[in-house]
Design a protein around this ligand. Structure first.
Ligand code: FES
Length: 196
């Protein structure tokens, strides 16, 4: 009698499960192992795509290099009146402006060895030197504090590792005639003078 009851219970339970399945529609059972394989496969493909995407980005990026914005090479150094006789040092421009009466010239303060800023040294008394076969009375020199290069007053190197003279830059007047304009992109000879 008990076995029969048990059998009936099982049949009843199976019928109830079937009824529930019919009400809820098809329920797909998921095998957890195949689910894990699928995930790993998707993850692997994703990683490859990310790596390829990174390489493609790097290649494209190399076609558009960073633009370096340098300060303008041509600029005003102010009114003529601002300059007295002799040399004036413009630290932010790494430049010396020299005035002799109504003539001007601009000498770079960048040492031609490794670019340190040279110092203008006023001599206690004028020194006679011969530069490029010409004798001159020197009032000042340029000395580099980094490795000891020395330049005569006209910018010619004569001691230390500096390989060449200091650069001279072109000077001109602004259109209204009031300002001095330096063009660091335009190097000129040591004999260049702007007469105003
Ligand atoms: S940078 Fe001037 S001597 Fe080296």
């Amino acid at each position: 009698m008990d076995d029969q009851d048990e059998e009936e219970k099982k049949e009843k339970a199976a019928a109830e499960i079937q009824a529930v399945n019919e009400r809820t529609g098809n329920v797909e059972l998921i095998d957890p192992r195949s689910s894990r394989r699928g995930f790993l496969k998707s993850f692997g493909i994703g990683a490859v795509l990310v790596a390829l995407g990174g390489q493609a980005y790097a290649m494209l990026r190399s076609l558009f290099p960073n633009v370096l914005y340098e300060p303008p090479q041509k600029f005003s150094v102010g009114n003529l009146d601002k300059y007295n006789e002799g040399g004036s040092f413009l630290e932010d421009k790494q430049l010396f402006i020299f005035r002799e009466n109504n003539t001007f010239h601009a000498i770079s303060a960048a040492c031609t060895h490794l670019g340190c800023t040279v110092k203008m040294v006023k001599l206690n008394q004028a020194k006679k030197v011969t530069v490029h076969g010409q004798e001159m009375d020197e009032q000042y020199e340029f000395h580099c504090p980094c490795h000891g290069s020395k330049y005569y007053g006209d910018g010619t190197n004569y001691a230390g590792p500096a390989p060449r003279p200091l650069d001279y830059f072109k000077l001109e007047l602004s259109p209204d005639g009031g300002q001095l304009i330096v063009d660091k992109a335009d190097k000129v000879g040591q004999d260049f003078r702007l007469t105003v």
